[in-house]
Design a protein around this ligand. Structure first.
Ligand SMILES: Cc1ncc(COP(=O)(O)O)c(C=O)c1O
Length: 371
C-alpha cells in the first residue's frame, strides 16, 4: 500500500534523459552522472544503477559518506568525490577505491603518500573550492607542485557559475571560464602535464555550450528530467521526461463556517463556508513552508489552494470545489487527470531552483520505483 507521502520515480524516464543528453554532447564525450544528495532526492543506488545500465560508467557525489553508501550496495563504477574530504577520511578513500578532488596544495600534501586517484579542481570563476586560475591570478606553481606530489592524478576540472544566463556579460564570463580552462591545460601541457579526464560542463553547460568537447560532462538535474528554473537560459531543444512525481493523501475532510481560522498563527480566515482537507505532507517531508497560503495541490484533477500555514507533518487545502474522499491521492508534483504541477512551477513559486526542492524531500518520504 502506498504510504502517507511518497515519490514515484520513473527509471525509464531517467534512461530517456541520458539518451537526450547524449544527443546534445559531442559523440566522444562521456557522461559523469552526478548523484550526490541521494541522487537529488531520487535515490543514490537506484539512480546510479539505471545510469550504469544506460552507458554511464562514471559517477560523482559530494562526500565520502555518499560514495561509501554506493560501494556498500555493490556499485563498482568509478566514483569521483567532487567535494572536499577531510584528512581524517583519507583512509576511507583507499579502502573504498574512491577518486578524490584535490582543491589546494595543502590538500595535495595530505594525499601525497597514497596512491589515491585524484582530479584537480580549478577555480576559473566560481570562487568556491579549487586552485585559482582566474584573470590576474594565473600563477600555476601550486598546481604543478600538487601534480608532482600526487601519485595518481587522473583528471582536471572546473565549474561554471553562470552557464544558465543569457545576459551578455554572463555569456562573456562563461566563455572566459572556458578560455581560462583551455589556457591552463595548454600551459600544463607545455610542462608535460597531461590528464586522462578533463571536464567542465554541468547541466546548463551542456544545454548552452554543447559544442565543447571535453572527456566528460557532469549533469545532475537534467538526469531527473528537469531544468533548475523555467526562466533560466536554455537554448537547447532537449526533450526531457520528468522522472519524479510527489504525492500525499487526504487524512480528513471538514466543512468550516465563514470566519474560521485555519492552522498556526491564524493566517487564513475563511471568507465563506469552506470544505477543507487535511493533507499528509508538511515541511518535515520537505514541502516548503514558504508556500503557506500560496501553493496549491491537485486532487482528482482539481486545483486546490493551500490555506493557512504548512505544518511539520500536515497542511490544509481548500477542497470546496473538488470531489474528494479521505484517502484520496494528493499530487504535489506530477499529473492529476488533465492538470499537472511541474517541479519547475513549484520551485518558481518558492523563489528557488528545482534542485533545492528535490534535495529537500526528506528521508521519511517513501520512494517507489517503476520502469
Ligand atoms: C562540480 C559540480 N558539477 C556538476 C554539478 C551538477 O550540476 P547540475 O545539477 O546543475 O547539472 C554540480 C552540482 O552542484 C557540481 O557541484
Amino acid at each position: 500500500m502506498k504510504s502517507r507521502c511518497y515519490c514515484e520515480i520513473s527509471l525509464s524516464a531517467i534512461a530517456h534523459n541520458v539518451q537526450e543528453i547524449k544527443k546534445l554532447i559531442h559523440p566522444t564525450t562521456k557522461i559523469m552522472g552526478i548523484v550526490k544528495a541521494n541522487g537529488y532526492g531520487a535515490g543514490y543506488y537506484e539512480v546510479s544503477k539505471v545510469l550504469l545500465e544506460n552507458g554511464v560508467d562514471f559517477l560523482a557525489v559530494a562526500t565520502v559518506k555518499e560514495a561509501i553508501e554506493l560501494r556498500k550496495k555493490n556499485i563498482n563504477a568509478d566514483i569521483l568525490i567532487i567535494g572536499y574530504t577531510q584528512k581524517e577520511e583519507i583512509a576511507l578513500l583507499e579502502q573504498y577505491d574512491l577518486i578524490q578532488t584535490v582543491v589546494s596544495l595543502e590538500q595535495a600534501k595530505q594525499l601525497q603518500y597514497s596512491n589515491i586517484r585524484t582530479h584537480l579542481k580549478i577555480d576559473t570563476g566560481m570562487g568556491r573550492i579549487g586552485f585559482l586560475y582566474r584573470d590576474n591570478q594565473k600563477d600555476i606553481q601550486d598546481i604543478i607542485t600538487a601534480y608532482q606530489l600526487l601519485q595518481n592524478v587522473e583528471g582536471i576540472f572546473s565549474h561554471f557559475s553562470v552557464a544558465d544566463s543569457d545576459d551578455d556579460l554572463d555569456i562573456a564570463y562563461t566563455k572566459n571560464q572556458i578560455n581560462l580552462f583551455d589556457e591552463l591545460l595548454q600551459k600544463l601541457e607545455q610542462q608535460s602535464i597531461t590528464f586522462k579526464y578533463k571536464h567542465l560542463q554541468n547541466s546548463y553547460g551542456i544545454l548552452n555550450y554543447p559544442e565543447l568537447n571535453y572527456d566528460f560532462v557532469r549533469p545532475g538535474i537534467l538526469l531527473l528530467g528537469a531544468v533548475s528554473h523555467s526562466d533560466f537560459y536554455n537554448q537547447s531543444n532537449i526533450n526531457l521526461k520528468p522522472a519524479l512525481s510527489w504525492k500525499s493523501r487526504v487524512a480528513q475532510i471538514k466543512w468550516l463556517d465563514e470566519n474560521s481560522a485555519i492552522s498556526y498563527g491564524r493566517t487564513f480566515i475563511t471568507n465563506k463556508k469552506m470544505k477543507v482537507a487535511t493533507v499528509t505532507v508538511g515541511y518535515a517531508d520537505g514541502y516548503p513552508r514558504s508556500l503557506s497560503n500560496k501553493g496549491y495541490v491537485l486532487i482528482n484533477g482539481t486545483r486546490c489552494n493551500i490555506v493557512g500555514r504548512v505544518c511539520m507533518d500536515q497542511m490544509l487545502v481548500d477542497v470546496t470545489n473538488a470531489i474528494v474522499e479521505v484517502g484520496d491521492e494528493v499530487v504535489l508534483i506530477g499529473k492529476s487527470k488533465d492538470l499537472e504541477i511541474t517541479i519547475e512551477q513549484l520551485a518558481k513559486l518558492d523563489y528557488t531552483i528545482t534542485n533545492q526542492i528535490f534535495c529537500a524531500i526528506s528521508s521519511r518520504v517513501e520512494r517507489i520505483y517503476y520502469d
